[in-house]
Design a protein around this ligand. Structure first.
Ligand code: NAD
Length: 278
């Protein structure tokens, strides 16, 4: 997963005994974050939808095989009662919560004039309301628990998985782009609201990363070549590229970083079409 051995990861990033909940962690970016945070010493709760129990169990096995501790926890992040039950399960098992990576997300696009209310609502419910529910549950827990033992550090760290579409408009995906713009503002607002309690909240905004959510844009050579015209750095992203950014933001190395968005997109937000034009 990382070029650094686990002992070095633990020493550099200092996550030993921190408890991390990662939503949508049975696949893609969430899975990569779970594995890397586990290697860095965190106790990891791997959230998944009920249908992904086997994949989540496999992620837990991989973390444990690398010497870490993990639990799988089913919950639909858009459902208040399920999110609250999930938090209780995590705290029952690991005693506290220090890190939330609000990663679960979906796409369900359509030409705007054909987009149904249900399509709109489904994406907003999972991507934006799911981030709200998970962040609220995490912050309530951060506020009620004693500080983590060890050197002084933030009393809680949240990373919201946004997208370059928090800033790049995305035709035919109005629900998704709007949800991610909302996620980015949620992160900034929470950073402002909870700075005095030393709770840090940041967003990571991936560009095009090779996962199931966007398979059609990298599956064929022709599609990949077209995609690469949008990426100045000249390659598609891999899940570990995002996980490494998340690891930085949940570690003490970023202790003075809050309310920020870290773009992980090979320069996708830098208007590639303007190279030699315009
Ligand atoms: P993915 O489809 O592999 O992962 C999404 C995960 O979320 C899946 O495991 C899915 O089961 C889970 N999920 C969906 N609805 C859920 C719900 N209601 N409750 C709990 N879990 C739920 O795709 P991914 O690329 O790993 O996406 C992860 C996040 O990264 C998403 O928020 C996505 O919007 C964001 N993102 C991805 C890319 C990319 O290029 N892959 C780019 C920008 C942003």
């Amino acid at each position: 997963m990382s070029a650094l051995p686990a002992t070095a990861l633990r020493e550099v990033f200092g996550l030993s005994h921190a408890v991390a909940l990662i939503t949508g962690a049975a696949s893609g970016l969430g899975r990569a974050c779970a594995l890397l945070l586990g290697q860095a010493g965190a106790y990891v709760a791997v959230n998944h939808l009920p249908g992904s129990a086997a994949a989540a169990a496999a992620v837990c096995r991989d973390i444990e095989a690398a010497g870490g501790q993990a639990m799988a926890v089913a919950a639909d992040v858009s459902q208040q009662e399920e999110v609250e039950a999930m938090l209780r399960q995590v705290v029952d098992r690991f005693g506290r919560l220090d890190i939330l990576v609000a990663n679960a997300g979906i796409e369900n696009g359509a030409p705007f004039q054909d987009m149904t209310l249900q399509q709109w609502q489904q994406v907003i419910d999972v991507n934006l309301t799911g981030s709200f529910l998970c962040a609220r549950a995490a912050i309530r827990q951060f506020l009620r628990q004693p500080p983590q033992p060890g050197p002084p550090r933030a009393n809680g760290r949240i990373v919201c998985m946004s997208s370059v579409h928090q800033i790049i408009p995305w035709a035919f995906q109005a629900n998704y782009a709007t949800s991610k713009a909302g996620v980015a503002m949620l992160a900034r607002t929470l950073a402002q609201e909870f700075g005095p309690q030393r709770i840090r909240v940041n967003a990571v905004a991936p560009g095009a990363i090779r996962t199931d959510i966007n398979r059609p844009v990298w599956e064929t050579q022709a599609a990949l070549e077209e995609l690469l015209t949008l990426i100045p750095y000249g390659r598609i992203g891999e899940p570990r590229d995002v996980a490494q950014a998340v690891l930085f933001l949940v570690s003490d190395l970023s202790d003075y970083v809050t309310g920020a968005t870290l773009y992980v997109g090979g320069g996708m937000t830098d208007y590639a079409a303007f190279r030699g034009a315009g």
